[in-house]
Each structure stands twice: as structure tokens, then as C-alpha cells.
Ligand binder design. Structure first.
Ligand code: FES
Length: 101
């Protein structure tokens, strides 16, 4: 079993919102998709744009720099096929959002 660490509170992230967090020395983007939480690397595979600052529409985030799109559940890049951002397991424990790095 991976170790989960608390990175945010459920109340910190409303449905449709994204935010960048630091955990275990990694920049991670955290997303609330209709009440379910997902985490990917924060770094866009194009030029390192911050996905946690991107616009989230359902499960797709658009990079704020040049608009590359990613499925935040699978990590797949929808703009450039065969590319995938790292995803991280997420769990909710009471009011805490936890991620396994
Ligand atoms: S850095 Fe993300 S689309 Fe260019």
C-alpha cells in the first residue's frame, strides 16, 4: 500500500476547480471533477505550463499557456497523442484530500 499524505481539505476545492500543491517535492495539480478528486503532475508536457492554473471542464483541463488539453483522470494528452502526464492516486479521508506520491 502506498503512503497517502494530506495535501488539502475537501472544502478548499469546489467542483470544477483546480489548484497547484506541493507534495513530496513534486508540483502537483489537484482537480475536483463533479465532487471526485484527481491529481496529475502540474507541469504541462508542452512547455511546463501550470496545469493547476488551467481551466477545468468536466474531466478535461486546458493549460493556461497555449491550451493543450489533458484528461485529468487518465493523464492522457488530448492535444498531442501518445503523451501522458503522471497521475497520482487520491483518496478522501474525512475532510482531508490525500495523495500517494
Ligand atoms: S505550456 Fe502548456 S500548452 Fe504550452
Amino acid at each position: 500500500m502506498p503512503d497517502f499524505i494530506t495535501v488539502a481539505k475537501v472544502a478548499d476545492l469546489k467542483p470544477g476547480q483546480a489548484k497547484m500543491i506541493l507534495a513530496g517535492g513534486h508540483q502537483i495539480a489537484l482537480f475536483n471533477v463533479h465532487g471526485n478528486f484527481y491529481a496529475t503532475s502540474n507541469l504541462c508536457l508542452h512547455m511546463g505550463g501550470p496545469l493547476g492554473d488551467g481551466d477545468l471542464s468536466d474531466q478535461v483541463v486546458s493549460c493556461p499557456y497555449h491550451g493543450w488539453e489533458y484528461d485529468v483522470i487518465s493523464g492522457e494528452c488530448l492535444t498531442s497523442s501518445n503523451l501522458k502526464v503522471q497521475t497520482y492516486p487520491v483518496q478522501v479521508n474525512g475532510e482531508e484530500i490525500q495523495i500517494a506520491i
